[in-house]
Design a protein. Structure first.
Length: 167
């Protein structure tokens, strides 16, 4: 249980911290940079950010679910009927929803931003470049709101985990 808790807490710290940094600092700076942000996105992809964050999210969720299973003795429904169990399971649910939403909406939008930025850099004429820049701006807006939602959900999960024992 100690190993699971350490894995859960450390992976959650990394996941929440990375999402906060992305939502409040990196993504606004990239959006403000427009097409010139393409090399930064490419470098982040090359360094494995788009792979690392989902892996850390999975580690967080799986270690949390395993702890929930062990604490409940396999009777998660009965455990969720207690106040502490309800808060832990709701917080875990927020984390799971955040992960799924991030993988289905935010991540594909972020990948599309990188692809569009590369296309803009190699666009032949001004009309094509303008069309691509409009698509890029729309996709950046999708990344911004979806990343913010994922961050809020993960923060709600973290707050729930932090206070569950005291409710």
């Amino acid at each position: 249980m100690i190993t699971l808790r350490i894995l859960h807490v450390l992976s959650a710290m990394f996941w929440v911290g990375a999402l906060l940094f992305n939502a409040f600092f990196l993504l606004p700076a990239i959006t403000a940079s427009g097409p010139s942000a393409g090399p930064v996105m490419a470098a982040l992809q090359k360094r494995g950010m788009m792979i690392t964050l989902p892996i850390v999210g999975v580690l967080t969720i799986l270690s949390g679910f395993t702890m929930l299973w062990l604490l409940s003795g396999g009777a998660i429904g009965a455990y969720a009927a207690t106040r502490v169990g309800r808060v832990f399971t709701m917080a875990g649910g927020f984390a799971f929803i955040a992960f799924v939403f991030g993988m289905v909406v935010a991540r594909p939008a972020g990948m599309a931003v990188g692809k569009l930025a590369r296309e803009i850099a190699t666009a032949g004429d001004a009309k094509q470049r303008e069309t691509l820049q409009q698509r890029l701006a729309a996709m950046q807006r999708r990344v911004a709101w979806s990343s913010t939602l994922v961050t809020v959900l993960v923060l709600a999960a973290a707050v729930g985990m932090a206070v569950a024992r005291y409710v």
